[in-house]
Design a protein around this ligand. Structure first.
Ligand SMILES: C[S@@+](CC[C@H](N)C(=O)[O-])C[C@H]1O[C@@H](n2cnc3c(N)ncnc32)[C@H](O)[C@@H]1O
Length: 307
């Protein structure tokens, strides 16, 4: 299979000009799902009035955010400004979260640049009393960088915070338990770990090694989206930290992975992106899933006109 020749929708200005007229939303507008389940807003996550208008008084049980943290953003903003910007959308998120709710944030740690921005972000979060840190998760990527004179960087960092006392549902991987012989005395009876466990598979714990990074041969791939997270990761988070019918927010939609997980698991997703092209992609991905059951375009162009 040939790799799709699609360019990045965010940086190819000629491509952007040709796609913008095909986008339903302009900056400031909101798409309401005709089925009443989800919403997509073309808004700035750092703008408090846009966020409160978008949520219209509704509160989320789960916030799952994947902000841009690449070098382009650093170059443009500078590190301190980047953290100030993060604090704005975190405060906006907090204001629309339920009193018992969960917050997950994907964030990188660049080993070529002081491990930025992760440590500064963590310190900023310490200053916000309403959030309690719960877990520091690492997901292992298959591809990495810096392989010749250093350990290949293959990690994706995921921070998990809570407000109040939200539900948490234990998740399992597809990896069978193989380590036996860990005995414990339960009520006077010596039991083995496999016997004690609720599943024959292991839990993901806080190091996720069982999730395939999205690439062009995968059905869920969305060509043109440069930072797509695997559905398996958003499925896991949504399943662990929300219940049927809950509102889940993701203010950095991009390819719309969180909304698709919510669709598949009966949650309501209020998702947003500042870029009309990514809002359109997210809506199209949901519509395509509903029509065909397919989770992405694999190697096809999401903007290809139907004949
Ligand atoms: C890293 S990507 C998110 C990837 C997403 N989790 C997925 O699986 O497809 C970040 C997205 O944030 C959007 N973005 C950047 N600044 C924003 C802002 N101020 N408000 C809302 N969205 C923003 C970008 O357009 C980009 O699509």
């Amino acid at each position: 299979m040939e790799k799709a020749a699609s360019n990045r929708f965010d940086v190819d200005s000629e491509l952007r000009e040709s796609l913008l007229p095909e986008c339903r939303l302009k900056f400031g507008e909101v798409w309401e799902d005709p089925s009443g389940a989800h919403k997509v807003g073309c808004i700035d996550a750092a703008d408090s009035s846009m966020v409160s208008g978008f949520m219209s008084g509704k509160k989320a049980k789960l916030a799952l955010h994947d902000p841009p943290y690449n070098l382009v953003v650093f170059d443009r903003l500078g590190k301190a400004d980047f953290i100030n910007w993060c604090e704005k959308w975190i405060r906006n998120t907090s204001s629309v979260m339920d009193e018992d709710s969960s917050l997950y944030v994907w964030l990188g740690a660049d080993q070529n640049d002081g491990f930025q921005p992760l440590p500064d972000f963590m310190i900023m979060m310490r200053g916000l009393d309403e959030f309690k840190p719960r877990s520091f998760i690492t997901m292992r990527n298959q591809r990495g960088y810096g392989t010749q004179k250093n350990w290949m960087s293959v990690r994706q960092e995921l921070l998990y915070y809570i407000k109040g006392n939200p539900d948490f549902h234990v998740q399992y991987t597809d990896i069978p338990k193989i380590l036996r012989g860990y005995y414990k005395n339960i009520g006077g009876k010596l039991t083995e770990n496999i016997e004690r466990g609720k599943s024959e598979n292991i839990r993901p714990g806080n190091v996720w090694v069982d999730i395939q990074q999205v690439f062009y041969k995968m059905r869920e791939n969305v060509p043109g989206c440069y930072a797509q997270k695997p559905l398996k990761s958003s499925d896991r988070i949504v399943a662990a930290s929300s219940n049927q019918g809950d509102i889940v927010i993701d203010f950095f939609a991009h390819s719309g992975s969180t909304m698709l997980s919510c669709e598949r698991m009966g949650r309501k997703c209020f998702t947003a992106d500042i870029d009309p092209i990514f809002c359109e992609i997210s809506i199209r991905r949901l519509e395509r899933f509903r029509k065909t059951g397919l989770a992405g375009w694999q190697n096809e162009d999401p903007f290809k006109r139907e004949c």
